[in-house]
Design a protein around this ligand. Structure first.
Ligand SMILES: [Zn+2]
Length: 236
């Protein structure tokens, strides 16, 4: 069936269109993906990818707690296996914990067996670590294909993209990370930051953690409020 869908997609759309779909994190060609919340209000949604991570996750969670800000964390299963305590603490604090695959593979060129395994392994690891099954998924680098949509749908996931990222993974300095976020704020934005490194379980994300208090202050000064990504789960 999936082969038929892929074949039909290729026939109808052409390979060029499929390539665009694979590389655009919010493209709906491969199924519904949420890249932004309602544009009418002043809501913002903070998301952190690639954790949990010993250099940043705990500090980020503390900052969120102090400022009463909800967030979502898209975690890598292999990192969760190293630091289940960090995952559990994030979930217990009420944040949404989403699936970001088991090994942070770029999925767009992978087949159905590998893709299902990546999502299902991480689903099991996250469920065990946090005590509740994840409800949402974000593809590493946003790279998807029809098999990703199928595997995510089978697990009942809402698939998320993002409105903007600021390349905080490149460690440009905490003040620069803060400045880039401030410059791109807009209503309904799903903001992509990183509390971990997809490949290095101990990758240094202290700059992102350092930037967070200023990011929260700037957004509130500009009249925004941080909302939970949970309110976008299951939206049409
Ligand atoms: Zn990632």
């Amino acid at each position: 069936m999936i082969g038929e869908i892929l074949g039909a997609s290729l026939g109808a759309l052409g390979a060029g269109t499929l390539v665009l779909g694979a590389y655009r994190p919010n493209c709906r060609l491969f199924g519904k993906v949420i890249g932004r919340g309602p544009r009418g209000g002043r809501a913002l949604y903070l998301t952190f990818d690639d954790g949990p991570n010993p250099t940043a996750t705990e500090r980020i969670a503390e900052t969120l707690d102090v400022h009463h800000v909800p967030a979502a964390f898209f975690m890598v299963g292999a990192h969760v296996e190293r630091h289940p305590d960090l995952s559990r603490a994030v979930a217990r604090a009420g944040h949404e914990v989403g699936n970001h695959t088991q090994h942070h593979l770029k999925l767009h060129l992978r087949g159905p067996a590998t893709i299902s395994r990546e999502l299902e392994e991480s689903h099991a690891v996250l469920s065990t670590a946090t005590g509740r099954p994840p409800r949402c998924f974000r593809a590493p680098h946003g790279l998807r294909n029809p098999f990703v949509t199928f595997a995510a749908g089978r697990l009942g996931y809402t698939v998320f993209g993002w409105t903007f990222g600021v390349f905080d993974s490149a460690r440009p300095g905490s003040e620069e990370i803060r400045r880039r976020v401030r410059a791109r704020l807009r209503p309904g934005a799903v903001i992509l930051l990183h509390d971990g490194d997809g490949y290095d379980p101990a990758g240094d994300r202290r700059q992102t953690a350092e930037a967070l208090p200023g990011i929260i202050r700037d957004a509130r000064d500009a009249g925004y409020e941080f909302r939970s990504l949970q309110e976008l789960i299951g939206r049409r």
